[in-house]
Design a protein around this ligand. Structure first.
Ligand code: ZN
Length: 154
């Protein structure tokens, strides 16, 4: 496994739309392994493939117990609303308040190609939205209702 370089805001790759994964090749498995490793190392909550320069619809999210892997994730249901602080590994040192659904259900494939459905609340719901946005070239700063002074955040 390898620690990948996380690209930062300003890099055009972050603004591009990622392509669906048609076949789960060994390269995709290696990408997932490397993204897990990179996420753990950076203490982030989630990481999307475009953040490591790969325009494929692949996301990893750490739910606190394990790292979940999503290939071709699609949000299929949302409920409610929450306003919380978000940050992004590609936008270091910044924080902003984003309005997101309170509960988000996602459909995706795992590394074995099996389709699964999972529902997240609170932080997980935000992570699902934040990470799938990355696959469409959207950053949380595009949606933030307010950007915060980093000194005011913990
Ligand atoms: Zn991000």
């Amino acid at each position: 496994m390898a620690i990948l370089n996380i690209i930062k805001e300003g890099d055009e790759t972050l603004r591009k739309k990622s392509r669906p994964v048609e076949t789960i090749t060994p390269r995709i498995i290696t990408l997932l392994d490397d993204m897990r490793e990179t996420l753990k190392k950076s203490n982030g909550c989630g990481l999307a493939a475009p953040q490591v320069g790969v325009l494929k619809r692949v996301v990893v999210v750490d739910n606190g117990t394990e790292v979940l892997e999503f290939i071709n994730p699609k949000i299929i249901k949302t409920e409610g609303e929450q306003r919380e602080i978000e940050a992004c590994l590609s936008i270091p040192g910044k924080f902003g308040i984003v309005v997101r659904p309170a509960v988000v259900t996602i459909k995706a494939q795992n590394r074995y190609g099996n389709e699964f459905i999972t529902t997240g609340e609170e932080l997980m719901a935000r992570a699902f939205c934040h990470e799938t946005d990355h696959l469409d070239g959207i950053l949380y700063i595009d949606k933030a209702v307010e950007m915060l002074d980093p000194e005011d955040v913990e």
